[in-house]
Design a protein around this ligand. Sequence first.
Ligand code: DX5
Ligand code: ZN
Length: 226
Amino acid sequence: MPCLKPMIGPSILNADLAQLSEESQRLLDQGADYLHLDVMDGHFVPNLTFGHPVVKCLRSKIPRAFFETHMMVSNPQQWIEPMADAGVDQYTFHVEPVKDVPEVCRKIKEAGMKVGLAIKPGTPVDVVKTYIDFADLVLIMTVEPGFGGQKFMSDMMPKVSWLRENYPELNIEVDGGVGLNTIDQCSQAGANWIVSGTAVIRAEDPKAVISTLKESVQTAIDSKKC
Ligand code: DX5
Ligand code: ZN
């Protein structure tokens, strides 16, 4: 069985968005494994961020890093082609508003991107069970999507543990309120892709925070012997 890899992806939502490429490059230089780009449409969530034109500009400045877009949008199917054209590597979308999840997954793959399935705190984990075979990753939200800097919801950890028990090789991502005080719960439950926004962006030493988050995940993976 291949070992899981710890992956730390800072969310740039609470960074200085006027300096998106400089901030993103700084995070990559400080050890980020990927960039988690929060796309919001003001409809699926009560907030608005940026879309594919901005992601495309960012890609032109940062040609090689792994880009994940976290699509907090009501119609994820609509943005597949534009995001693929913008150079996105992984398209992670919420299953809640989608009627035909396998169809959206198929279109994402056809467009050359990896598939992430995201669920909000109120959505039971078994909703994604039927779709696991179509997905490269499942994202368990640990806050209500929409804003950075919210309080981590520990009561989401049973969803992560359940997924890890049933799918030992699945990439499981957590997002929302994850930082130095909450990472051990996530890694012990079995998450290996870690999104961290304010805890990294606002840190005096972001490099140290990224490396501590990574160590926590690696230690948990090692303790399970992969
Ligand atoms: C929330 C976003 C998260 C958020 C993470 O809707 O999906 O990615 O920006 O930020 P923190 O780590 O500050 O909760
Ligand atoms: Zn996110």
